[in-house]
Design a binder for this molecule. Sequence first.
Ligand code: F3S
Length: 755
Amino acid sequence: MAFDIEMIKKVYANFGPRTEAARKLVGRPLTLSEKILYTHLWDGNASTAYSRGTDYVDFAPDRVAMQDATAQMALLQFMQAGRPKVAVPSTVHCDHLITAKNGAAIDLPAANTESKEVFDFLASVSDKYGIGFWKPGAGIIHQVVLENYAFPGGMMIGTDSHTVNAGGLGMVAIGVGGADACDVMAGLPWELKFPKLIGVKLTGKLSGWTSAKDVILKVAGILTVKGGTGAIVEYFGDGATGMSCTGKGTICNMGAEIGATTSTFGYDESMERYLRATDRAEVADAANEIKEHLTGDPEVYAEPEKYFDQLIEINLSELEPYLNGPFTPDLATPISKMKEVAEANGWPLKVEWGLIGSCTNSSYEDLSRAASIAQQAIDKGLTIKADFGINPGSEQVRYTANRDGLLGTFEALNATIFTNACGPCIGMWDRVGAEKQEKNTIVHSFNRNFAKRADGNPNTFAFVTSPEIVAAIAIAGNLGFNPLTDTLTNNNGEQVKLDPPKGDELPVNGYAVEDAGYQAPSIDGSGVQVLVSPTSHRLQLLDPFAAWEGTDLKGLKLLIKAKGKCTTDHISMAGPWLKFRGHLDNISNNMLIGAVNFYNEKTDFVKNSLTGEYGPVPATQRAYKAAGLGAIVVGDENYGEGSSREHAAMEPRHLGVRAVLVKSFARIHETNLKKQGMLGLTFSIKDDYDKILEDDVIDIIGLTTFTPNVPLVLALNHANGTKEEILVNHSYNTQQIEWFKAGGALNIIRREAAA
Ligand code: F3S
């Protein structure tokens, strides 16, 4: 599994001097987040004090992690870069493509058959390029990363929004799109807007039924799903050091649900214990040598209001368990109020399923606390009322929990033990009866609970809570049950009360595993052949995009003038399209099918100006491409908001769209367009959006002298024979103009690699 101790020692050797230099430059004590950011600058030592929330900065992350759904396009792109090996330690984790239905013994072999070609591709490409490969069943990416690779003071990126989980071990770990991962693996800098900082001071101590999950459920209630946007959340205080490392991971994990860039905690004894228990004494020893640097400066935590942009204080001794939901993770209800609130809102009280697991809450501590509740149900003669499912976070956790009898306890309550994978958390749950779309309630220990997320049923009311509360509520079968105060009737007709959970932060007899599911890459992968069938529907090797032809772009068709919100989901839908993430041509059949056509207010219904007929957007664009014609997409404000999914830029590029002209861009999507060699343009005068007519033929003029800060001209050739010109802005710098000319950033990387 080989965590890279030499790389970690190198990071630590620089950590003190670079922190000291940054402290001098900034002229004040530093938070932990700032220390990690300043020690990971692409250029080494800091030469500027960056403005939070304003400056874009180039960083040098230490690691890259990818899950199977997003790794496909990231690695297909990396193959285009012409590099023999990845430049930083990287891993692939097969966890998203495994359906939960009958339990691991049946579901895992089924997934291995169904997605064989994807797994074979990922295994072979990992082998070739020096990437660690975690097989299906090895576990969920973030649990595996925490157990094996995360280290205090490190910086990593991952192609999954819950990469932030590694903040539990004191990292700055950030979720990105595949194109960013590709850049870092190719040895290029990674750009991020220097984040703002939110401090969360934790005082007091968790006890009884309250757990780390309740901290983040409470924070989500305070900050809402947008409150952390553009910020790192840094936790500190006695309450933080008194908590387990995996509990810290849970808190950081759900930082994604408040939109935070990431979350982190300072290095402490809980992290040291976890590192040693997971066979990384060397990392703990190395961290101990510089431990004063691996947390915020004492002055910062003494007067946090001076150093953070926003400060929240939570007294853990007063915190009660929460259930958040339904349909959004920030609708926080304390357990003492749940019955009343649920009744007032008409939420179904009968609970159909209790699910424990996901990358958020699948540690040994989580399973042991929940198992202690399950054991009480057995001991006290209670029959569980809801169905019960468990997704262990990793094979190491599963094996250890099985050895210690925890899984047996769940099974004694008729629990189904699903594969060590995402399963119901990502909608890969073949739930019996979900297609009837009946109104029902489930409780789970996951992080997200948007409509349809778990089982595809829009009428499933999903509530997020801790594993021990999931267990208690599943046993009661009632959302309004409060185990702190309420009793249950057992099989003898007696009233019994559940005692608070007990669990072990770490397994008393240590972790154990027979086969963790790891496959090391070849030392020399040059002879390894990457496995992609030319007839595959799910995978397709990429061809380099063509370079710019060297002239202005003339005679472009207007593909669609999108009206209103047009997110990356509108541009490249998820759901059933997930399986085509590794096949650019097939997934391009979802291009812009969610965008609303300005001229008829319909989705996926645009005019083909060659025939005058209306039809789907992808088919229309394919017709233009077949006729050798380029096209332009016009959009509204904040075009491309949402995820960093590069498919939203690659699909139009693949189908022959040459430019996207909008009132404003979401920045990441704008950068993705630039990376793929597209023109991302904005109206100089926003009202010029109204001048674009459905039958316009459009020329883009000024490309032969394409220069930073100089607008281009758009000639609108209207169908009535009139013509008008409008100015359009761009934000391309010199390097990005080179990307455009080369036909995409990867073409330049490949050219450099070949030189
Ligand atoms: Fe998987 Fe759900 Fe986490 S999809 S990575 S378990 S958020």
